[in-house]
Design a protein around this ligand. Structure first.
Ligand SMILES: [Zn+2]
Length: 303
């Protein structure tokens, strides 16, 4: 009898601790970029507690974990991140979490590597900006639903239903943006931005893409890069170039000045969301709203 009572006491203590840390039994999820946070929130809905480490306008290539981040990661049931060394300065801490048997998911690992764009600039050997192909983002959604369902089988039906509903929206998004792009003459589909975030976008939706700063923001553009790209803009008669929300705008302004110094003109066509979404609570604060905004901005400025 005594033994049963003490067992019961231990169980009660454990249950109490568990309730405190799990917030009424919901899974505690930690995500990295705003794109991943939005995705996992769409699939998890009300069934999960979610904390995104990076906010709007934050550059994931340069982001370092704070002490607060580490304790969030340690207390998470599942960590979702983009992967392929996008989160270059977090790789070490994320790998540590993985080796401590925590469920740590790099969503890009769900993609067929043979279909990815190679890049010597990343330790992964691949360009990590995969979310700009909506088909890849759909695969992220499927992987997320599978991971949540495995960890929390009781709510698997809800995750499955949320995933299916979200994929319908992503299909509609893809149809919409393709129609918008169709209104832009093919020879005008050249996208010049601050860094090479849009290679998958270009491949999937038919744009030639040139980034001033290379594929990661970790290396700055040199004077020669600016001169070369200015000449390219003049030769191709490109009407507009674009700032990115998570990259300082001075490099694109230097490019514009260089084109002007050669006696030509190029507009700044607007600010695109590349490696981070817009402010929470605005349409651009969601992946779908961000994509529509980017495509409308690009097409309107290049027409
Ligand atoms: Zn990037």
């Amino acid at each position: 009898m005594k033994k049963i009572i003490s067992l019961l006491a231990i169980t009660l203590i454990f249950t109490a601790c568990k309730d405190e840390s799990k917030d009424n039994g919901k899974l505690n999820i930690v995500t990295t970029t705003t794109m991943i946070t939005d995705l996992v929130q769409n699939i998890g809905g009300d069934m999960i507690n979610i904390q995104g480490l990076m906010g709007s306008g934050v550059d994931p290539h340069l982001y370092k974990a704070s002490e607060g981040d580490v304790s969030k990661l340690v207390n998470a049931d599942i960590i979702f991140y983009s992967g392929l060394h996008l989160e270059g300065k977090l790789v070490e801490v994320l790998e540590k979490m993985e080796s401590s048997q925590k469920t740590t998911i790099a969503l890009s690992n769900a993609l067929d590597k043979n279909t990815l764009i190679g890049s010597e600039y990343f330790a992964s050997n691949y360009d990590p900006h995969v979310w700009f192909d909506i088909n890849y983002f759909q695969q992220f959604a499927k992987k997320t639903a599978a991971v949540l369902s495995k960890k929390d089988p009781e709510n698997a039906q809800t995750y499955e239903a949320n995933k299916n509903a979200y994929i319908v929206k992503l299909e509609a998004l893809q149809n919409n943006i393709k129609q918008t792009i169709e209104t832009l003459p093919k020879e005008k589909r050249i996208l010049v931005t601050a860094h090479d975030a849009f290679n998958y976008f270009g491949k999937a939706y038919g744009f030639e893409v040139v980034g001033l700063q290379g594929i990661s923001t970790a290396t700055e553009a040199g004077v020669q890069d600016v001169q070369k790209l200015a000449t390219f803009i003049i030769e191709k008669n490109i009407k507009a170039i674009f700032i990115e929300s998570s990259v300082p705008k001075r490099t694109i302004e230097a490019l514009q000045a260089s084109v002007k110094s050669k006696g030509h003109d190029v507009e700044i066509g607007g600010t695109l969301y590349s490696d981070a979404l817009g402010n929470a609570g605005t349409p651009e604060g969601t992946y779908i709203g961000m994509f529509e905004y980017n495509v409308n901005t690009i097409v309107n400025a290049l027409k």
